[in-house]
Design a protein around this ligand. Structure first.
Ligand code: UTP
Length: 240
């Protein structure tokens, strides 16, 4: 089974403590041991936001800010590479092609951002599409997809399972309200819809949540399942 895991920067390195990065590397090793081929896309987190804010105050334009964000995602990716040692290529892949080659070689492919004007949510969905992944897991700081922004709306309910079309609608609604944070962005949702890749959005604060979701189909997040695809849990146990 091929899996792409999207790890938010604030999930991988909330305070730059090495323990969380080691735990994620351990989870990736266990996925590989279980027979999965793995691609990981790492986000920028609070460090990216801090850099972007300072650069914006200095007058940088939006493309320059995106390039700074991409640099930070790659720095975070290098932390994961340091923890994985020989199991990963020595530097973050800078294109989908490079990441695909790493996977074909049998390495874990690690990458950050790719190009200005998007976020690593979309990179993850594109990598899943490019590598024909069986599963895409978003390990975020939000525990799933909600009917509204749970931070601002008490009536927000978490969906256990939705279709990609419903994901697009839910994200579009959430993004309409200023300042709200969607679990994945709209471009990512549209790529998921287009590629029909099966996806999960879950709280990645505890890295083993990714393992339980991939290997056993057990998680407290949201399953995104295209219409007409088999929902049985046997799928997860195949390991290949
Ligand atoms: P993130 O993917 O971490 O963005 O990339 P985010 O969604 O704002 O972060 P979280 O999920 O809340 O932690 C950080 C920044 O890097 C740039 C964007 O400016 C983004 O906000 N970036 C990233 C790109 O321009 N292109 C990419 O492919 C990836």
């Amino acid at each position: 089974m091929r899996v792409v895991v999207s790890v938010g920067g604030s999930v991988l390195a909330p305070d730059l403590a090495h323990e969380r990065v080691e735990q994620y590397a351990d989870v990736i090793d266990q996925l590989v041991d279980a027979g999965c081929s793995v691609g990981v896309v790492v986000g920028g987190g609070g460090v990216a936001r801090d850099y972007i804010k300072t650069a914006r105050d200095l007058g940088a334009n939006e493309i320059e800010l995106d390039d700074i964000g991409i640099s930070v995602t790659r720095l975070n990716a290098q932390l994961l590479i340091a923890a994985l040692g020989d199991d990963a290529a020595p530097s973050p892949a800078e294109s989908y092609e490079e990441a695909g080659e790493a996977i074909r070689r049998g390495d874990v492919a690690i990458m950050g951002g790719v190009t200005a004007g998007q976020t690593t949510d979309a990179v993850s969905a594109a990598l899943a599409e490019y590598t024909n992944a069986d599963l895409l897991v978003y390990a975020t700081s939000v525990p799933g997809v909600f009917s509204a922004d749970p931070k601002t709306d008490d009536s927000a309910e978490r969906y256990d399972r939705i279709t990609p079309g419903e994901l697009v609608d839910a994200i579009a609604d959430i993004e309409m309200s200023a300042g709200s944070s969607a679990p994945v962005d709209l471009l990512a949702a549209k790529l998921i819809e287009r590629s029909r890749v099966r996806a999960i959005v879950l709280d990645g604060t505890e890295p083993t949540a990714v393992l339980d979701a991939v290997l056993r189909g057990e998680h407290d997040g949201t399953d995104i399942v295209p219409d007409g695809s088999e929902a049985g849990m046997d799928y997860w146990a195949e390991g290949e």
